[in-house]
Design a protein around this ligand. Structure first.
Ligand code: PLP
Length: 368
C-alpha cells in the first residue's frame, strides 16, 4: 500500500500543469514581478468571488491579520477578543501591534469561538472581535456582528482556512470590517510560496492597507507613514489566478470526501465527526477533516503503522503557549479549548483523495 499524506499537491498540479507553467512563465518573461497586472487581476477576481468592494494582496495570512488590525487603529492598550483554539498567528498579529489578546472559550461542537462567551469579555479597552473560521467551518457571524454592532466594536475575520466557505450564501471574509486570508501552500486556495489577502468593503481601510503594504507609500518615494514590505508577488498571483477558477470544484470535492468519512463513521461510537457540510445555511469547506477520539494516540499509532498520516491541530491552546506566559493564564481557564487539544485528530483530506482510501482510513479509525 502506498503511504497516504495529509495532502498531495503534486496530484493537484497534474491537473493544471500546462496552464500553470504557461502563466508562471508569462510573469517571468514580463519583467514585472511586484504589484503588476497579475496581482491587480487576482485582487479583482477575489473581490468579486468574496463579494466585497476591495481585495488587497499581501505577503502572508499573518500580515493580512496584522495590517487589518493596524488599519483599524489597533495598538498598545487595546484588547482584541479571540479564540484560544487556533493557529498561533491569530494572536501573533495582535501581540505584534502591542495589543492584548483576550480569549473567549470555544463551542465544543464547532470548535469556533463560543459567541455566548464573548460579551462577558468586553471592556472599555476592547477594540475588535477576531473570530476564526477554523478548519473551514464558518463561525457564527450573525451573532458576532450583532454583538459588535451593539458595543461599537470592529470585526476582523481570520479566513486563513476558509476560502470559499459561506453562511446564508455570503462568503466568509464578507462579514467583518476586514477578512484576512492565507495562501500558505496547504490552504484550500494555496500559492507556491507565501501569500495573503485582505478583503473589505471600506474604501478608507482599503486605501490605508494599500499604503501599509508598500512602506506607507503610494509611489514616488513619498511615505505617508511607516508601513511594511508586505506585497503579494506577481508569480504567486499568477498561481492563484489559475487555482481560483477551480476552487469551487476543489471545495466541492472536499465536501464530498468529508461526507464519505461521515458516512463510514456513522455508528462508530468513539469517533466524533466534525460539523456537517451544509448544516443550516453554513457551508463548510473542510480545510481539515477533524474528528475527536478519546483514544487519539492509539488511533494515530494504528494509522502510522499503515503509513497513513494524521495530525494534531492543535496540541496546545493559545492561552497556555510559552509566548503568552506573561498573561498569567493557567490550566482550566478555557476547558473546552483544552479538551479539544486533548482529543482532536485531523485525517487526510484533499480533492484527489480516492474514496477507497477514505474507506480504508475510516475502517482503521473505527476499529480503535
Ligand atoms: C487560522 C490561521 N490564521 C492565520 C494563519 C497565518 O497564515 P500565514 O501562514 O499565511 O501567515 C494561518 C496559517 O498558517 C492559520 O491557519
Amino acid at each position: 500500500m502506498l503511504p497516504v499524506p495529509m495532502l498531495d499537491l503534486k496530484r493537484q498540479l497534474a491537473g493544471i500543469r500546462d496552464e500553470m507553467i504557461r502563466e508562471v512563465c508569462e510573469v517571468i518573461e514580463s519583467g514585472q514581478y511586484i504589484l503588476g497586472k497579475k496581482v491587480a487581476g487576482f485582487e479583482g477576481l477575489a473581490a468579486d468571488y468574496i463579494g466585497v468592494r476591495h481585495a488587497i494582496g499581501v505577503a502572508s495570512g499573518t500580515d493580512a491579520l496584522c495590517l487589518s488590525l493596524k488599519a483599524l487603529g489597533t495598538g498598545p492598550g487595546d484588547e482584541v477578543i479571540t479564540t484560544p483554539f487556533t493557529f498561533f498567528s491569530t494572536i501573533e498579529a495582535i501581540l505584534f501591534l502591542g495589543a492584548k489578546p483576550v480569549f473567549a472559550d470555544i463551542d465544543p461542537e464547532t470548535l469556533n469561538i463560543d459567541t455566548s462567551k464573548i460579551e462577558e469579555k468586553i471592556t472599555a479597552r476592547t477594540r475588535a472581535i477576531l473570530p476564526v473560521h477554523l478548519f473551514g467551518c464558518p463561525a457564527d457571524m450573525a451573532t458576532i456582528t450583532e454583538i459588535a454592532g451593539r458595543h461599537g466594536l470592529k470585526i476582523v475575520e481570520d479566513c486563513a482556512q476558509s476560502f470559499g466557505a459561506s453562511l446564508g450564501g455570503r462568503k466568509t471574509g464578507g462579514f467583518g470590517d476586514a477578512g484576512a486570508f492565507s495562501f500558505y501552500p496547504s490552504k484550500n486556495l494555496g500559492a507556491y510560496g507565501d501569500g495573503g489577502l485582505i478583503t473589505t468593503d471600506s474604501d478608507r481601510m482599503a486605501a490605508e492597507i494599500r499604503l501599509l503594504r508598500n512602506h506607507g507609500s503610494a509611489g514616488g518615494y513619498i511615505h505617508a507613514s511607516a508601513g511594511f514590505n508586505s506585497r503579494l508577488d506577481e508569480i504567486q498571483a499568477a498561481v492563484l489566478l489559475v487555482k481560483l477558477k477551480r476552487l469551487d470544484g476543489y471545495n466541492e470535492q472536499r465536501r464530498r470526501k468529508a461526507a464519505l468519512y461521515d458516512r463510514f463513521f456513522s455508528g462508530a461510537g468513539a469517533v466524533k465527526c466534525p460539523p456537517s457540510g451544509e448544516e443550516g445555511a453554513s457551508l463548510h469547506v473542510y480545510h481539515q477533516y477533524t474528528i475527536r477520539h478519546p483514544r487519539r494516540e492509539e488511533v494515530m499509532e494504528r494509522l502510522r503503522a499503515e503509513h497513513i498520516s494524521s495530525m494534531v491541530y492543535y496540541p496546545v491552546p493559545l492561552h497556555l503557549q510559552p509566548a503568552v506566559k506573561f498573561m498569567g493564564h493557567g490550566q482550566g481557564d478555557f476547558p473546552c479549548a483544552e479538551d479539544a487539544c486533548r482529543g482532536v485528530l485531523s485525517l487526510p483530506i484533499y480533492p484527489e483523495l480516492e474514496d477507497e482510501t477514505i474507506e480504508r482510513i475510516a475502517k482503521i479509525v473505527s476499529s480503535v
